[in-house]
Write a protein that binds this ligand. Structure first.
Ligand SMILES: *[C@@H]1O[C@H](CO)[C@@H](O)[C@H](O)[C@H]1NC(C)=O
Length: 296
C-alpha cells in the first residue's frame, strides 16, 4: 500500500476503533497441566508442514503417528508452493475434528507481513455470507484462505458426519495460523451445532479491529507466541491491524502466561515485550513450543 493510504487507513482505524472486548483480568501463568494440554495441538500444527501424501496416510513420523496415534485422516491437499499444505481428520481421543494449515519459514512470513502491496480488504461475501463489511483482513492472508476454503468445509462436514464428534479444532503456525484464524470466522458461518476452538502459533496480525473483535467472540481462539518472536507484532497496529483476545506468551524463563485483552501492552505479553523488530528475534518463530518445533 502507498504510504499516504497507510496513514489514512491508520487514522480512519483509530477514529472508528470499537471498544476492546478485554476483560479486566490479571496476567496469569499456566499450570504444567494446562501447558501439556496444548501439546497434541502443537504436534498437529507442526504436521501441517508435512506432505499431503504423508498426512493422508498419517505416516509422517514423530509429529503424526508418533505424537498423535489416534488420528483418522479424512482429506489432505495443497502443493506447498502456490497452495499451502492442509489436512483434515478426527482425533478420537480428543473427540475433535482437526483442521491444520501449513505455515512458512520466518523469511517468507516476514516478506508477506511487510510487503506494501498488501492491504486491508473485505472478505468475499460468497464465502462469508452476512459478515459485516466493516470487517477487513490482510489481502494476502484472505486470498490464501480462499484457495482452500470450500475443500476444507467439505472435508470438515464429512469428518463430522462420519465420526459423530461435536467439536472442530483449527490449528496452524505462522501463515498457517493466519489462515486458521480466518477459518475460525468462516467455518461457523456454514456449520452449526458444534463447538469450535482455534489454537495457533506465531500468529501475525491478520485483520482490523472489527475482525479482531469478531474473532474474539466466545474466546475460542488461543494464539501462542514464543519469547521474542517478531512475527506477532507485524503488521503494525499503526497500519490498522489488531490481534484477537487469547494470547499466551512464552517467557524467556519458559513460563506460559495468559494475556487478557487484545494486544496487551504489558511487558509480559508480546506487544509490550517486543516493542519493535530490532528488539525481537525471528529465530524464536519456529519454537520450540513446549519442546515442539514447527516443521515436519
Ligand atoms: C493487560 O493485562 C492487564 C493485567 O495485568 C490488564 O489489567 C489490562 O487491562 C490488560 N490490557 C489490555 C489492553 O487488555
Amino acid at each position: 500500500m502507498a504510504p499516504l493510504a497507510a496513514v489514512i487507513l491508520a487514522i480512519a482505524s483509530f477514529a472508528t476503533a470499537a471498544p476492546s472486548l478485554s476483560a479486566r483480568q490479571a496476567i496469569t501463568s499456566l499450570s504444567a497441566t494446562q501447558i501439556s494440554a496444548f501439546k497434541p495441538y502443537s504436534f498437529y500444527a507442526a504436521a501441517g508442514y508435512c506432505s499431503p501424501a504423508s498426512t493422508l496416510a498419517w505416516n509422517c513420523g514423530a509429529n503424526c503417528n508418533g505424537a498423535n496415534p489416534a488420528f483418522h485422516p479424512v482429506a489432505s491437499g495443497g502443493d506447498g508452493d502456490s497452495v499451502q499444505f492442509w489436512y483434515v481428520g478426527v482425533d478420537s481421543t480428543l473427540g475433535t475434528v482437526i483442521v491444520a494449515h501449513q505455515g512458512t519459514d520466518p523469511s517468507q512470513i516476514l516478506a508477506i507481513v511487510t510487503d506494501s502491496d498488501f492491504f486491508l480488504g473485505t472478505l468475499d461475501p460468497t464465502l462469508f455470507p452476512g459478515l459485516s463489511s466493516s470487517i477487513e483482513v490482510h489481502s494476502g492472508f484472505r486470498d490464501e484462505q480462499a484457495k482452500t476454503a470450500t475443500q476444507i468445509l467439505t472435508a470438515v462436514q464429512t469428518a463430522l458426519s462420519q465420526f459423530g464428534v461435536k467439536k472442530v479444532t483449527i490449528v496452524g503456525h505462522s501463515l498457517g495460523g493466519a489462515i486458521a484464524l480466518i477459518d475460525s470466522v468462516y467455518l461457523p458461518l456454514h456449520i452449526t451445532g458444534v463447538t469450535f476452538q482455534t489454537i495457533v502459533y506465531g500468529l501475525p496480525r491478520v485483520g482490523n479491529q472489527a475482525f479482531a473483535d469478531r474473532a474474539s467472540i466466545g474466546s475460542t481462539v488461543t494464539h501462542i507466541n514464543n519469547k521474542e518472536d517478531i512475527v506477532p507484532i507485524l503488521p503494525g497496529m499503526f497500519l490498522g491491524f489488531h490481534h484477537p483476545t487469547g494470547e499466551v506468551h512464552i517467557q524467556d524463563s519458559g513460563a506460559w502466561d495468559a494475556c487478557p485483552g487484545e494486544d496487551n501492552s504489558s511487558d509480559l505479553c508480546t506487544t509490550g515485550d517486543v516493542p519493535n523488530i530490532f528488539e525481537g528475534d525471528e529465530g524464536d518463530h519456529d519454537g520450540p513450543y513446549d519442546g515442539v518445533e514447527m516443521s515436519c
